[in-house]
Design a protein around this ligand. Structure first.
Ligand code: T46
Length: 130
C-alpha cells in the first residue's frame, strides 16, 4: 500500500509560520467540508470505518496522533505530528485514529459534505466491497 503524505509549504517569517491550502493546487479535490477534533481523551480510538466515495486529507495541526490505514490487504500506521503534513485517505480505506496527545487537533479536509450513507461501518461489509 502506498501512503500518500503531502508536505505543505510553510510561509515562515520572523512572526512565525503560515500554511495556505488551495483546492486543486495543494489539495487534490474540491474541498466541500472541513471538520476537526480536539480534547480527545487518552486511549480513545476514533474512526473504525471506511467510505464508499469520500476522499480526505488529515492534518494534525497541533499535537500528534497516529492513523491506522487498512485497504483490506495491507495495514500501515502513519504518525501525524507536523502541522505542515497532510495524509491523503482515499475511499475504500478502513481508518482508525488513535494515540492522540492531549493537545492534539486533527483537522480534516473532505471532498464531500457529510453523508451517513457513504460510511461503511462494518469491517466484513468493507472486505466484501473491495
Ligand atoms: C473520518 C474520520 C477521519 C457531523 O455531524 N458532521 C461531520 O462532518 C462529521 C465528520 C461528523 N458529524 C457527527 C456524526 C457523529 O455524531 O459527529 C459525530 C462524530 O462523528 P464520527 O463518529 O463519525 O467521528 P470519527 O472521528 O469516528 O470519524 C470522522 C469522520 O466521521 C470520518 O469521515 O474519516 O473522522
Amino acid at each position: 500500500m502506498q501512503v500518500v503524505k503531502y508536505v505543505f509549504q510553510p510561509h515562515g517569517d520572523e512572526r512565525g509560520q503560515l500554511v495556505s491550502l488551495e483546492e486543486h493546487n495543494d489539495i487534490p479535490f474540491q474541498i466541500k467540508r472541513v471538520y476537526y477534533m480536539y480534547d480527545t481523551l487518552s486511549g480513545v480510538v476514533r474512526g473504525g470505518h471506511a467510505h464508499k466515495s469520500l476522499e480526505q486529507i488529515l492534518i494534525c495541526i497541533h499535537g500528534s496522533c497516529k492513523i491506522r490505514l487498512d485497504n483490506g490487504y495491507e495495514k500501515k500506521i502513519v504518525p501525524l505530528e507536523k502541522p505542515y503534513e497532510g495524509l491523503y485517505v482515499s475511499n475504500n480505506m478502513w481508518r482508525e485514529m488513535y494515540d492522540f496527545s492531549s493537545d492534539a487537533v486533527l483537522m480534516v479536509l473532505a471532498s464531500e459534505i457529510y453523508d451517513e450513507s457513504d460510511y461503511i461501518r462494518n469491517y466484513d461489509d468493507f472486505i466484501k466491497c473491495i
